[in-house]
Structure formats: structure tokens, C-alpha cells
Design a protein around this ligand. Structure first.
Ligand code: DX5
Ligand code: ZN
Length: 247
């Protein structure tokens, strides 16, 4: 089911900070506590210096995510694995512009496979890389840490990039997502700059568990409240749960 695009603030917990032995329960727990999307970090030990999981894990998680499964591919090369990730049932597949010479082809393949296409930028990558791809993407992910690990400090230098990208997006139906170091303190900086999707790992999962998830709910709501307060246009603050759900 595809729902219409909307730019209301959405919180996307990164299960990278959850219990690796119990990801299905972690996905259900964060959704039960108000998460809008579930963010899944795929790492290959090559493009980034850490390994997480692959398409089989994404496929196994799919029945445990009732809303949007937002899969962040930190892998290179990405094209040989795209079919497997498309078959995993991801709603959004985000590839890094730095991960290979044929990002345009990658984005086309993602859309042709029935998923939304995301484009991620490392902190050292300039916004100019996005301009020729604006008609081929549904989401831009600005890394506000160097990819590879959770729990790093938010890079304030990336806020200018978020502002520039928000202006580039204009009225196009493209989400602007920030990922890394997001908590209740940095969320309003990101939303004031134009972000509408906030990924957060450690700030949501710390102090809770799938069997005692109320901390997840409190932490999601703290990020939502401060992120909403930072949003420049108060008329778009309504944040219905779900959106652009499972295909
Ligand atoms: C980092 C990942 C992030 C990470 C965020 O490479 O892409 O999604 O899990 O974790 P925190 O919120 O702890 O910085
Ligand atoms: Zn991520």
C-alpha cells in the first residue's frame, strides 16, 4: 500500500542500537512505542568499517515491521545485491553516492524494483552531487556522523548542507533525512535546517528493552517534541503514524 507523500516529522529508530539477538521484537517494540519508520543499517565491512547484516535479515524482519522499512545500504558495490534487497520487501532503499560510479543506474533499478529510492551523502560529500539526480530520488539522507557506528557525536557542520538541500528540493516529493547523533538536543537543529525524517539509534534504545519498552516511547516522544518545536513551518507539524507503508 502506498500512501501520499507528506512532509510531517517522522522518527525512524535505527535498530543498530537494538538487541542483535532479538531484532524482530525490537522492531515491534519501537513501532508499538510510536516510531513512524524503522531504519535498518546494512554494513559490509568494506564501504564502512563494520559489518551488520544482509538481505536475508531484512527479509526476516519484514513481517515484524508493519509500517515503513527504511533500509540504509552502506555497501559497495551495491548493484549486485540490489535484487536481493528489493526482494526483502524494503519500502525504501538508500544507496550512498560515494559507493560506486553508477549511482544513477542504481537509483533507477531501485525504483524499477518497486521501492522508493534514497540517496545518502557522507559528511565529506558536497551537495552538488545531488543536483543531477533530483528527479530520480524519493529521499536524501544526510549523514551527520561518519557511517559505520552508532553512538557518535553529531556533526554540526552538516546543518548547512541540510539547509541547502531543503532549498534544492523545493516542492518535490523528496524526504530529507538526517542520520547520526540525533537526540532531543540535536533534533531541533536538524528540523530547523529542513529535515523531516530523524533517524536515531542510541538516543532511543538506551535504557530500554523489547520486554520493557516504555523508555523507547519516552525517548521517541522527546525527540518528536523537540524536533517539532524546531520545525520552521508550524502548519505542517501534525505527525500521523505510518505513511507510504509496506508495498
Ligand atoms: C551509522 C548509521 C546510523 C546509526 C545512528 O552508520 O547509519 O543509522 O545507527 O546511530 P546513533 O543515533 O546512535 O548515532
Ligand atoms: Zn543509517
Amino acid at each position: 500500500m502506498t500512501r501520499p507523500f507528506d512532509r510531517s516529522l517522522k522518527i525512524a529508530p535505527s535498530i543498530l542500537a537494538g538487541d542483535f539477538a532479538d531484532f524482530g521484537a525490537e522492531c515491534r517494540a519501537v513501532e508499538g512505542q510510536g516510531a513512524d519508520w524503522v531504519h535498518v543499517d546494512v554494513m559490509d565491512g568494506h564501504f564502512v568499517p563494520n559489518i551488520t547484516f544482509g538481505p536475508a535479515m531484512c527479509k526476516a524482519l519484514r513481517p515484524h515491521v508493519s509500517g515503513v522499512m527504511d533500509v540504509h545500504l552502506m555497501i559497495a558495490p551495491v548493484d549486485p545485491l540490489l535484487d536481493a534487497f528489493l526482494e526483502s520487501g524494503a519500502d525504501i532503499l538508500t544507496a550512498h553516492v560515494e559507493a560506486g560510479p553508477h549511482i544513477h543506474r542504481t537509483l533507477q533499478s531501485i525504483r524499477a524494483g518497486g521501492a522508493k529510492a534514497g540517496l545518502a551523502l557522507n559528511p565529506g560529500t558536497p551537495v552538488e552531487a545531488v543536483a543531477p539526480l533530483l528527479e530520480d530520488i524519493d529521499l536524501i539522507l544526510v549523514m551527520t556522523v561518519n557511517p559505520g557506528f552508532g553512538g557518535q557525536r553529531f556533526l554540526h557542520t552538516q546543518l548547512e548542507k541540510v539547509r541547502t538541500l531543503r532549498a534544492m528540493i523545493g516542492d518535490r516529493p523528496i524526504h530529507l533525512e538526517v542520520d547520526g547523533g540525533i537526540d532531543a538536543r540535536t533534533a531541533p537543529l536538524a528540523t530547523a535546517a529542513g529535515a523531516d525524517i530523524l533517524v536515531a539509534g542510541s538516543a532511543i534504545f538506551h535504557g530500554g528493552s523489547a520486554s520493557a519498552p516504555s523508555a523507547y516511547g519516552r525517548q521517541i516522544e522527546a525527540i518528536r517534541a523537540s524536533g517539532t518545536a524546531g520545525m520552521p513551518d508550524t502548519s505542517v507539524q501534525a505527525s500521523p503514524q505510518g505513511e507510504e507503508s509496506s508495498r
